[in-house]
Design a binder for this molecule. Structure first.
Ligand code: 5AD
Ligand code: FES
Length: 348
């Protein structure tokens, strides 16, 4: 079953749900190796050897939500909450531009302190630096999304977290899967390059659910997809659950490269947290992007969405040099320019 589905993928045929499940179920050893080899060759063909760096500024850890897995949930009183002022966010972005990053990602908890106009002002300042801007600030109104797009934001990341609507609703009190999809639809209509993605190894999640995640990403026709393992955080309701499997995560990333070949796929920080060579392996198994931390060091420890997050004591320059070395050691090149969507290549 695996071999037939892999052959279909190699021929570029549209994969069914069953095919995707077969690939995700690749057995350790020869099957996994064959899956990784195909994903790496598709990555080389569609994305080339350039690894794009996206500098991430975690500008506020205030969050109005209570997601069952996340260390920033409003109920967690064991962390110091912080907010960067607009001029400090712009300064961090300037540092990122100086380090050569073509994209600045503005990420935070869901923090209404940054109103539509306040964030629009920050975006306008950062756009003057000549970089692409990606927003990752959660669910907001359509008008706010429109305002930020007009201010110059290029992309928006909003993970669907899981395509299993019942599981989604269980893990996100006061939120709904329908509203999540509505936001993704608005972002699409407004002309953003859209990123979504899911957590791998959530309690109660099945291989079928993960196949549905990839099918949803294909239906959304996303420009990027973040796929990372679940890591239990002790200060959350899921603190006692086991972590997601790293090997399953690699199989999901590799299969994603086959299901949505033209999407940017990051080697996530969560993968790097579970294994010292996790991001390197992800880059060799389908991923083509990496997201260095640009947050001023003094705030990093308080942005632990999961525990033992890497780069807590490093500074922006450290991560820049570390990743340049990593990319070179893999025989790849640093991406030049903004690293926009790969989709225009698809029609050729
Ligand atoms: N383990 C793995 N990923 C997590 N995220 C949040 N908490 C965890 C966790 N405990 C991910 C979610 C969110 C992104 C910012 O981080 O997918 O969208
Ligand atoms: Fe931060 Fe390696 S990416 S130190």
């Amino acid at each position: 079953e695996f071999a037939a589905s892999l052959e279909k993928a190699a021929a570029g045929a549209e994969l069914t749900r069953k095919d995707i499940i077969n690939l995700l179920a690749a057995a350790p050893g020869a099957e996994e190796e064959a899956l990784y080899r195909l994903a790496d060759s598709v990555r080389a063909r569609v994305a080339g050897d350039e690894v794009h760096l996206r500098g991430v500024i975690e500008f506020s850890n205030y969050c109005r939500r209570r997601c069952y897995y996340c260390g920033l949930r409003a109920d967690n009183v064991n962390l110091q909450r912080y907010r960067l002022m607009p001029e400090d966010i712009v300064a961090a972005a300037r540092r990122g531009a100086e380090l050569g990053y073509g994209t600045i990602v503005l990420q935070s908890g869901e923090d209404p302190w940054y109103t539509g106009p306040v964030l629009a002002g920050i975006i306008r300042e950062i756009k003057k630096l000549g970089v692409a801007v990606t927003l990752c600030v959660g669910e907001r109104t359509r008008d706010e999304y429109a305002l930020w797009r007009e201010a110059g934001a290029d992309r928006y990341l909003l993970k669907h977290e899981t395509a299993n609507a019942a599981l989604y609703n269980r893990l996100h009190p006061g939120m709904s899967w329908q509203e999540r999809l509505q936001c993704l639809q608005w972002l699409r209509e407004l002309g953003y390059q859209v990123g979504s993605g899911n957590i791998i190894g959530l309690p109660g999640q099945t291989l079928e659910d993960l196949a549905d995640d990839l099918i949803l990403l294909r239906e959304l026709d996303v420009e990027m997809a973040g796929l990372g393992p679940f890591i239990p955080h002790p200060a959350t309701p899921l603190g006692g659950e086991p972590a997601g499997s790293l090997d399953l995560t690699y199989r999901v990333v590799a299969t994603a490269r086959l299901v949505i070949p033209y999407a940017h796929l990051p080697a996530t920080t969560a993968v790097g947290t579970l294994a010292p060579n996790g991001r390197q392996l992800a880059l060799q198994r389908g991923a083509n992007v990496i997201m260095p931390n640009l947050t001023p060091t003094r705030y990093r420890a308080d942005y632990q969405i999961y525990p033992n997050k890497i780069c807590i004591n490093e500074g922006p320059e450290d991560c820049r040099h570390c990743l340049e070395g990593m990319v070179r050691a893999l025989g790849r090149r640093l991406g030049r320019g903004p690293g926009h969507t790969l989709k225009p290549l698809r029609v050729q």
